[in-house]
Design a protein around this ligand. Structure first.
Ligand code: AMP
Length: 219
């Protein structure tokens, strides 16, 4: 089984995806995290990717698709994947379908976390991320117990350069332009389910699991 989790930056994908993937027995694959690893390695590829990320733009499709396809070939991806932050363009969505089909697999559900734009902006511009485990906090809505430290692993918190307000505005613009058509693509395929992403974390998680299980009752 393969599932796509869709939603704008700030919709809560990162907050939910790890737990949801564990619950339904899938590998959690977040392209944003993969790109941040690439950038941290400071190779020529990392430097190229960093330029797109810091501007709040999408990394080109070919590069993104190649990275995902290579990851899909690894043994731990064989049991099925929860894609988080991918696909972000219709081109990526079509490529994903083609690659899964070639592997004898099928995308069974695309779940969209719906959150209004003004809420997204508030969330993004107050967001702090753990350097070690990528857990996210919010200065107002979900502050850590100790300022600047991750509750989960004790790692240092930082503000991602692409969460600064100006870049956040650009990321949302890019999202609405390129990624909303992906929703229509999945609606057309009959696999789209929508979940209200503005409720509390536990309710959103329960709704996400319900939406996946409606499409795939065996998980
Ligand atoms: P995220 O953590 O998912 O918000 O991703 C952070 C940044 O990584 C995005 O703003 C893009 O620059 C890049 N990125 C992540 N996933 C993709 C994707 N599927 N296609 C293109 N760029 C991506």
């Amino acid at each position: 089984m393969d599932v796509v989790l869709l939603g704008a930056p700030g919709a809560g994908k990162g907050t939910q995806a790890t737990a949801v993937a564990r619950e339904v027995g899938l590998l959690h694959l977040a392209t944003g995290d993969m790109f941040r690893d690439v950038v941290a390695r400071d190779t020529p590829l990392g430097r190229e990717v960093r330029q797109y990320m810091e501007r709040g733009e999408l990394v080109p499709d070919e590069l993104t698709i190649q990275m995902v396809v290579e990851r899909l070939r690894e043994p731990d991806a064989a049991r099925g994947v929860l894609f988080d932050g991918f696909p972000r363009t219709v081109h990526q969505a079509v490529a994903l379908d083609e690659h899964l089909e070639r592997m004898g697999r099928l995308l069974e559900a695309a779940v969209y976390l719906r959150v209004r734009e003004e809420v997204l902006l508030d969330r993004l511009s107050g967001r702090w991320t753990c350097q070690s485990c990528q857990a996210t906090y919010h200065v107002l809505f979900q502050p850590p117990a100790r300022p600047g430290r991750c509750d989960r692993c004790g790692g240092a918190l930082y503000q991602r350069p692409d969460d600064q307000r100006e870049t956040a505005v650009r990321r949302l613009k890019v999202y609405f332009e390129h990624t909303l058509p992906v929703l229509e693509y999945y609606r057309g395929r009959g696999v789209l389910r929508e979940v209200n992403g503005e409720r509390d974390i536990a309710s959103v998680r329960a709704d996400l699991l319900r939406a996946i299980r409606q499409r795939v009752p065996q998980v």
